[in-house]
Design a protein around this ligand. Structure first.
Ligand SMILES: NC(=O)c1ccc[n+]([C@@H]2O[C@H](COP(=O)([O-])OP(=O)(O)OC[C@H]3O[C@@H](n4cnc5c(N)ncnc54)[C@H](O)[C@@H]3O)[C@@H](O)[C@H]2O)c1
Length: 296
């Protein structure tokens, strides 16, 4: 398939890598050209690691990179695109504007998928002239590793669109799970309130960052503690999802913890900005991330 990936951050780069890895021709777009270059550099690093570990050959790497082309414009050279996968910042206005632009530029038969964590697929579809060809394709982070793709049907999404995207997920050796279009779908409806509660526990001084993560790792067998996971997801993305749950479901149990809001205001967005609940700048020098947030 010819696939346009919009947004070259941590998710877009991963989606581009996996699609190219399974033979698809990928064009990688971002508003920030620097992010496209950084995305491709990140993919190159991961492929090098695969070669070191004997999981891939240098020829595989060259073929995959050859299938990923930087694509600066959303409107030029898109007449042959069959599928767009949008993975831009989790912000409703940005996504609605992007889908309007994609709808105007891409051929009428193209499917427009969003990797949104929580924004309504129905609402995104409604700003296009092809809501039956708009669908949620929600990959997990890191995309090359995680098996799940949540496939979300908007109210108008056709069976054909759903089947095409589900079959693509299978071809990418992922496991698709179908969800209906309600705030947070399944994954984040359940995950984010848990993460938010962990932040409340920290905020209220119940325990330290390490203690909260240790309890959930060793007590509940989670592979990663909720505060580490929040840092990996990005605290801005976590806050955006909580706000969608709160607005869409109207229940105060979904209110974002003030500490999460404060961290985002400070630009402490987690691993991607170097600091969140843990300090990743220190990790660069001594090899381990240390808790940046003291217990109260
Ligand atoms: N981080 C996660 O764990 C995770 C998991 C699943 C889904 N998602 C979703 O994936 C999407 C991207 O998240 P991310 O973690 O990769 O964020 P990110 O901040 O790493 O990357 C977002 C990218 O979108 C780009 N962008 C912003 N506006 C744009 C526009 N108009 N056109 C093109 N590019 C634009 C930014 O420049 C940036 O490079 C969000 O919708 C998020 O909710 C994230």
């Amino acid at each position: 398939m010819k696939i346009l990936v919009v947004g070259a951050g941590q998710m877009g780069a991963g989606i581009a890598q996996v699609c190219a890895g399974f033979g698809h021709a990928v064009r990688l777009n971002d508003v920030d050209a620097g992010r496209i270059a950084a995305g491709i550099a990140g993919i190159t690093k991961l492929l090098d690691r695969d070669i070191e570990k004997g999981r891939r050959t240098a020829a595989d790497k060259a073929a995959i990179l050859d299938r990923i082309r930087p694509h600066a414009s959303l409107t030029d050279d898109v007449a042959d695109i069959e599928l767009a996968i949008e993975a831009a910042t989790e912000n409703e206005r940005i996504k609605l504007d992007l889908f309007r632009a994609l709808d105007a530029a891409l051929p009428p038969a193209a499917i427009l998928a969003s990797n949104t964590s929580s924004i309504s697929i129905t609402k995104i579809g409604a700003v296009t002239a092809r809501p039956e060809r708009v669908v949620g394709m929600h990959f997990m982070n890191p995309v090359p590793v995680m098996k799940l793709v949540e496939v979300i049907r908007g109210l108008a999404t056709s069976d054909q669109t759903f089947t095409t995207v589900r079959d693509l997920a299978l071809q990418l050796e992922k496991v698709p799970a179908e969800a209906r279009d309600f705030p947070g779908f399944v994954a984040n409806r359940i995950l984010l309130p848990m993460i938010n509660e962990a932040i409340f526990a920290l905020y209220e001084g119940v325990a330290s960052v390490e203690a909260i993560d240790t309890v959930m790792k060793l007590g509940m067998n989670h592979p990663m503690g909720p505060l580490t996971l929040a840092d990996f997801i990005g605290l801005d993305t976590c806050l955006a999802i909580m706000d969608v749950l709160h607005d869409g479901l109207g229940d105060s149990k979904y209110r974002a913890c003030p500490l999460l809001r404060q961290y985002v205001a400070a630009g402490w967005l987690g691993k991607k900005s170097g600091r969140g609940f843990y300090d990743y700048r220190a990790a660069k020098t001594n090899g381990a991330a240390v808790a940046a947030t003291p217990a109260r």
